[in-house]
Design a binder for this molecule. Structure first.
Ligand code: PAF
Length: 291
């Protein structure tokens, strides 16, 4: 496995590999690697000749007062995980090079960034889309893999590649969960033992919504109400949103039908957790990939 920390050295290496006709599968990360990242890496391995992972804690996607300074910094461990996962290349740039000059050019994907996390995390998706565009320009991947846990992010990035004609296919990994259902996240490391126990309530609350749908309920308000009740009963009172939206454009719906996303953001202690179920709702209700 080769590790590069400068843009020029990575470009030199990958440029030569591309000249030899080798395709590139890419997994961008911010480090703090966990089983969810391993799943993205496993999926990416089968999609290209060279498997590239980036580890870059991107400052522009954090707002004031968010957890940029406490985000898990585990670079050595992350590089070891990449080695174990059979990655070919790890790219670990520094912010001084990624943002070497004042950044006046931003990628703003518009309407898709407004609901859900966009409502409370102003500028977050602009930072995400901009850094992913930069990474795509540096790495030049044929395909890139993202986790469905960050479903809105995945939709934003897919829209960006389509609307800016970037020749990158976007693929998804299903959400990877701990044994009690908690979705794997770098931020789970912030949870105390008591918070960690309560945090499992986020997934079981989504399950309460799923039960309403499986029992034939098709009113989004009654589904969300069941999720909210369950969150409260699980001692999770820091709910930020519980929403059931159409899953392509993230638009509100009056009746649940077709592909929908049931999404939650809630604080357990001071830790902000997000989770979702993407569902195909017809006569049956099935968990599916977003795209
Ligand atoms: O999902 C993440 O870890 C980040 O948002 C990403 C896509 C690597 C951009 O910094």
């Amino acid at each position: 496995m080769d590790t590069f920390s400068t843009i020029a050295s990575l470009r030199g290496y990958l440029g030569a590999e591309k000249t030899r006709g080798r395709s590139i599968a890419f997994v961008p990360t911010m480090g703090g690697l966990h089983e969810g990242h391993r799943s993205c890496i496993d999926i990416a391995r089968g999609l290209g000749d060279l498997l590239v992972v980036s580890i870059f804690l991107n400052p522009t996607q954090f707002g004031p007062g968010e957890d940029l300074n406490s985000y898990p910094a585990t670079l050595e461990q992350d590089i070891e995980i990449c080695r174990q996962c059979g990655c070919d290349v790890v790219f670990t740039p520094v912010a001084d090079e990624m943002y070497a000059t004042e950044q006046n050019t931003w990628v703003d994907v518009g309407r898709l960034t407004e609901p859900l996390c966009g409502r409370t995390r102003g500028g977050h998706f602009r930072g995400v889309a901009t850094v992913v565009a930069k990474l795509f320009n540096i790495v030049g991947p044929d395909v890139a893999v993202f986790g469905q846990k960050d479903a809105q992010q995945a939709l934003v990035i897919k829209a960006m590649t389509e609307q800016l004609n970037m020749p990158v296919e976007i693929r998804l990994s299903p959400i990877v969960r701990e044994a009690d259902g908690l979705a794997c996240s770098s931020r789970n490391r912030y949870l105390s033992a008591d918070e960690r126990r309560r945090a499992a309530g986020v997934r079981s609350a989504l399950g309460a919504g799923l039960e309403v749908l499986r029992a034939g309920g098709r009113d989004p308000r009654s589904v969300c109400a069941a999720v909210e009740r369950h969150l409260t009963n699980a001692g999770i009172t820091g709910g930020e949103y519980v929403e059931l939206l159409e899953a392509k454009e993230l638009t509100p719906i009056n009746t649940v039908d077709g592909r929908v996303i049931l999404a939650v953001a809630a604080r357990v202690g001071t830790t902000r957790l997000i989770d979702n179920l993407v569902l195909e709702v017809g006569s049956d209700v099935e968990e599916v990939l977003l795209f």
